[in-house]
Ligand binder design. Structure first.
Ligand SMILES: Cc1cc2nc3c(=O)[nH]c(=O)nc-3n(C[C@H](O)[C@H](O)[C@H](O)COP(=O)(O)OP(=O)(O)OC[C@H]3O[C@@H](n4cnc5c(N)ncnc54)[C@H](O)[C@@H]3O)c2cc1C
Length: 476
């Protein structure tokens, strides 16, 4: 019997445990133990209820385009529970010149693909509009080195596009800045599109043409979630794991590699394992790996993280009617606000609120405003309410509020991230029986984390020389 420790009980660690549990049930001689520092499992996946509203403290959904999370839900028998975002009402606003301006139709992430809506939009200056027209003739270009998203987008569409679109969009997803994040790690498709087509607009149009099935076909929602919220995924996974294998409230303080295998020390207890999977933010993995490999710990520490604060505010029917339609708004840096974005949950996922309630979820923090997590909840609320009044005129008292702080939760893939991953991988391979999962490596979204957990489990079984399920059934 091989013993595997999984450290971290967020979605990455639970996906790892589930992958091992499936193998165990198929007869592979393996047992696992999950160590989770907090009292509850799921990491940043937390769903709460208030006044008939469903509140997400961390992620509220995942990108439909990345299949791993939805596939996992189907495998867990929760296919019927999957829901899509209400895309027929999808509209996003940008705060510019102190008012909300709707993002023009035809923007694919940050690439304009329709001329007229852009020409007519008051969001961009004439100079930027001319830049967008010229972009059509951008020659193919393959950059030798990695660069920032700001540098690539600025080259194609000018600096205003970086400030008004790239930066706020990346703040929303990564809590990071366009001037820091790596194109190759964050938007690898853009680098390929530039190399092949030159113009990102022409490339995006070509992608869209090839993606549309002949004769049309139903388009998939941009975001997928679960009827009862993201925590449903955690509960679905837990229902599959044996309770003896999961330790909550158990912070691992140290791990070391000794002749007989890996020693994991948590509280006053130490235990020996054949392998260890660190399903943790890279910084937390670095804290544990100092003894086994100083070099690897240093590389992991080089993956920066930013903190995030989400604030949910519930309002009555009157406020709901006063709000603009659509999914919410983004706030570019130059607007002098601390809020990065706000989602109108009652429009994005309508069944998550009663008809006579509005639910607004605001985001603060990110690489530029780490200090916000240190503020008291009252102070955060004061800021959010003042800014909501200034931006969308809400003066009413909220019916309920919730503030959630996530310290060092969002990985920032800086320039050179992919090279760092290669160094991490070669150092990791020198430590037999070690695997890494989580959001510090190949994607920070929930689907990426599910994928990383599954792959880490497979990797470890392979290095332990465990037979796969097919060879077991052939023998039995
Ligand atoms: C506010 C917010 C909004 C987001 N929105 C979205 C979204 O809408 N869509 C999307 O796809 N993604 C979103 N993300 C990103 C995504 O949710 C995360 O990247 C992902 O959930 C991380 O999962 P994880 O298991 O790798 O890490 P975590 O959830 O951080 O879990 C790691 C766990 O390890 C535990 N731990 C740490 N150290 C130790 C130790 N020494 N011993 C034992 N346990 C330890 C922690 O307590 C924690 O529970 C969001 C993230 C945040 C913070």
């Amino acid at each position: 019997m091989k013993r595997i420790a999984i450290i971290g009980g967020g979605i990455s660690g639970l996906s790892t445990a589930y992958a091992l549990e499936k193998k165990r049930r198929q007869g592979v001689q393996v047992e696992y133990t999950v160590y989770e520092a907090r009292a509850r499992l799921g990491g940043v996946l937390v769903t709460e209820q208030a006044d008939g509203c469903l509140i997400e403290a961390g992620p509220d959904s995942f990108l439909t385009e990345k299949p791993w999370a939805a596939d996992l839900c189907r495998e867990l028998g929760m296919g019927e529970q999957l829901i899509g975002s209400n895309d027929k009402d999808r509209k996003t606003y940008m705060l510019a010149r102190s008012r909300l301006i709707e993002l023009p139709d035809g923007l694919m992430f940050m690439v304009p693909t329709k001329i007229m809506p852009i020409v007519l939009s008051p969001l961009f200056s004439m100079k930027t509009k001319l830049h967008m027209v010229r972009e059509w003739f951008h020659p193919p270009h393959r950059a030798n080195d990695d660069e920032t998203v700001a540098s690539l987008i600025g080259r194609h569409y000018g600096p205003e596009m970086v400030d008004l679109l790239a930066d706020p969009l990346l703040s929303g997803v990564y809590g990071g800045e366009a001037s820091q994040l790596s194109v190759r790690a964050v938007l690898p498709r853009f680098a390929d599109m530039e190399a092949e087509h030159g113009s990102l607009t022409r490339a995006m149009l070509a992608v869209r043409r090839s993606a549309v099935p002949v004769g049309g076909g139903p388009s998939r929602p941009l975001f997928t979630s679960l009827k009862q919220g993201m925590q449903q995924m955690v509960e679905g996974l837990l229902a599959q794991l044996s309770t003896d294998s999961v330790n909550t409230g158990t912070m691992v303080q140290a791990i070391s590699l000794e002749a007989g295998g890996w020693i994991v020390s948590a509280g006053l207890k130490s235990d020996q394992f054949d392998a260890v999977i660190l399903a943790l933010p890279a910084q937390a993995a670095a804290d544990l790996l100092g003894l086994a490999s100083r070099e690897l710990a240093l590389e992991l520490r080089g993956v920066n993280y930013s903190s995030s604060v989400t604030v949910a505010l519930g309002y009555d029917q009157k406020v709901r009617q006063s709000l603009p339609p659509g999914f919410g708004f983004l706030v570019p840096r130059g607007q002098g606000k601390r809020m990065l974005a706000a989602t109108f949950v009652h429009n994005k996922f309508p069944h998550r609120t009663p008809h006579d309630r509005a639910l607004i979820r605001c985001f603060l923090g990110g690489a530029r405003d780490e200090q916000v997590v240190a503020l008291s909840e009252d102070e955060i609320l004061r800021i959010v309410r003042l800014e909501l009044k200034e931006i969308i005129g809400i003066r009413a008292e909220p019916l309920f509020v919730r503030v959630f702080k996530w310290r060092g939760a969002m990985a920032q893939y800086g320039v050179g991230h992919l090279e760092r991953l290669q160094r991490i991988e070669s150092l990791r391979q020198k430590l037999p029986g070690l695997a890494l999962a989580g959001n510090g490596y190949n994607g920070i979204g929930v689907p990426d984390c599910v994928h990383s957990g599954t792959r880490a489990a497979e990797e470890i079984l392979k290095t332990l020389g465990m037979p796969d399920s097919q060879s077991i059934s052939a023998r039995s």
